[in-house]
Design a protein around this ligand. Structure first.
Ligand SMILES: NC(=O)c1ccc[n+]([C@@H]2O[C@H](COP(=O)([O-])OP(=O)(O)OC[C@H]3O[C@@H](n4cnc5c(N)ncnc54)[C@H](OP(=O)(O)O)[C@@H]3O)[C@@H](O)[C@H]2O)c1
Length: 494
């Protein structure tokens, strides 16, 4: 039974895309499930001069596709209020405070407030500063700040951003969203690792040859070119999502599953990422930008709206990362992300050490060649696990074949699974920071990424260098071949 939480949400950027596409549908789900019932209100703010009624209409439309009867939608949107607000205008915060206080009384929200930044990052500091100076923090309840990515574009800008918000909010009040950490199968990783001693026993360099983390998108840049041009795949996907997944796979066992203990292990892990010298980057990281596909149906990145003809922004990254701990001695963690790849998939492939003493090598001239055992963790769109082992084919003689021991969530259970935003909002309501990133993690990951970016900024790439509807540039395959490895995703059928 869901426990109701009393709270006033103040959403900066309440008229925007993120708020309507992700936030309001997730809040509605929480309403239908009872996490939010009577004692909550949502204040949406943005510059455009909307009325409460018009705002409620837009919120109704944004949740219209979700299950729920019209009466439920109508009662949900009655909790929504709009205030026209320019984040740079101090007077507007005075009006906002008044409205928040009034709604706190009206809904008996127990002085709890969540400030949600669904607005461009350049405004985060301004908002935080005014929230403080105009006295919006309520000392009698909780005050939580929610921030979306990107958290800076390098260590320097991330630090400036962090300084600007931490003058008002303490670290334990800040929830930095990495929505991958809200995904079912990512949240399942600690369960998988730390409740199956049989897996824990082999979770090290003695048994694991390499680990592959793939975040593949089939779509191109779409309408996000404005943002993407200033970010690129390295900052957009590797600094946050890929490295967070890596940390959950590679961290040591926390003493207990609490936010503090998990973050302690993740911080230690990030501190032990092996940093490359500038010239080593060339050998260990590959970048790419998509071109038209072979048939010319799909356009090149440089043809997208708001992308310059000579853009050097990478839409693909593959990299080899080492963790300098005894557990992961010489085990490469390969990360790969890209747009316009042949198939959309987020997955992890744990490739175990191959058998080196093949007693079947000369068995009746059958040439039995075992392949490495692979544990695949499918995150989306499929969710499931697959252990691919060497087995035999039926028939005369001994013939080996790869056999998948696999489990996939059914469509029915997927329909019942919670969206990442829903899960993360419940965590925020309950004050659980486990599935969010903290400042120390941000600082370490930027430090690591900055070296790669710095090297790439010294050299003009030969872009575009991969066709749409492929698995990226050939150098990505060569990166693995250097150590005798190959990408599992793209060659298997799970
Ligand atoms: N959209 C996504 O799927 C997504 C995914 C991940 C992260 N994010 C992050 O989420 C944030 C919002 O993104 P978005 O896509 O929702 O952007 P968006 O659609 O452009 O929305 C921006 C919002 O900010 C408001 N705004 C702009 N200038 C303002 C000002 N001076 N004072 C007050 N309000 C102002 C806009 O309304 P007015 O113009 O009326 O002021 C609008 O409500 C960004 O940090 C983005 O990086 C978005």
């Amino acid at each position: 039974m869901a426990q109701e939480q009393a709270v006033i949400f103040i959403i900066f950027g309440g008229s925007g895309d993120l708020a309507h596409r992700k936030l309001y549908p997730a809040l509605f789900k929480l309403y239908t499930k009872g996490y939010l019932r009577q004692h909550f209100a949502v204040i949406g703010t943005a510059r455009r001069p909307w009325s409460h009624e018009y705002f409620r209409q837009t919120v109704s439309e944004s949740v219209a596709n979700d299950l729920g009867d019209q009466a439920q939608v109508a009662s949900f949107v009655q909790h929504f209020y709009y205030q026209s607000h320019d984040v740079k205008d101090a007077n507007h915060y005075v009006a906002l405070k008044k409205l928040a206080q009034q709604l706190n009384q009206q809904y008996q929200a127990q002085n709890n407030q969540i400030f949600y930044m669904a607005i461009a990052p350049q405004f985060f500091g301004t908002v935080a500063q005014h929230v403080n100076s105009e006295g919006l923090l309520n000392p009698d309840g909780f005050n939580r700040l929610v921030i979306e990515k990107p958290f800076g574009k390098d260590l320097t800008t991330a630090r400036a951003l962090n300084d600007s918000i931490s003058a008002t909010f303490k670290e334990e009040q800040i929830y930095r969203i990495d929505h991958y950490l809200g995904k079912e199968m990512i949240q399942a990783l600690p369960i998988l690792r730390f409740t199956n001693p049989v897996l824990e026993a082999v979770w090290n360099c003695h048994y694991i040859s390499n680990i592959q983390i793939t975040l593949a998108e089939a779509l191109g840049v779409g309408e996000r070119a404005g943002y993407y041009e200033s970010a690129g795949a390295l900052r957009d996907m590797i600094q946050n999502h890929a490295l967070q997944i890596l940390a959950l796979l590679a961290m040591e066992r926390p003493t207990e599953f609490t936010s503090q203990a998990v973050h302690q292990q993740k911080e230690q892990l990030f501190a032990q990422l092996h940093h490359y010298t500038l010239s080593e980057v060339d050998h260990n990281f590959v970048r790419g930008q998509y071109d038209v596909d072979r048939r010319g149906y799909q356009t090149a990145y440089r043809e997208a709206d708001n992308v310059p003809d000579d853009s050097l922004t990478e839409t693909f990254v593959a990299g080899r990362i080492f963790v300098d701990t005894p557990r992961w001695h010489n085990v490469p963690f390969y990360v790969r992300t890209g747009k316009r790849l042949r198939q959309k998939a987020t997955r992890i492939d744990i490739v175990f050490q191959p058998e080196t003493n093949n007693i079947f090598a000369n068995y009746h001239k059958q040439k039995i060649l075992p392949r490495p055992t692979v544990l695949t963790i499918a995150i989306e769109p499929r969710q499931g696990l697959c252990l691919t082992v060497n087995g035999t084919n039926p028939g005369l003689g001994l013939r080996n074949s790869l056999q998948p021991l696999s489990f996939r969530q059914s469509d029915g259970s997927l329909a019942n699974s919670q969206e990442a935003y829903e899960k993360l909002l419940i965590d925020i309501l309950q004050g659980d920071q486990t599935n969010f990133t903290n400042w120390i993690e941000q600082a370490y990951t930027w430090q690591f990424i900055d070296i790669i970016r710095q090297r790439w900024d010294q050299i003009t790439p030969d872009f575009p260098n991969y066709r749409s509807n492929t698995f990226g540039p050939s150098k990505s395959d060569q990166l693995l071949a250097q150590l005798g490895h190959e990408w599992i995703f793209g060659t298997d059928s799970f």
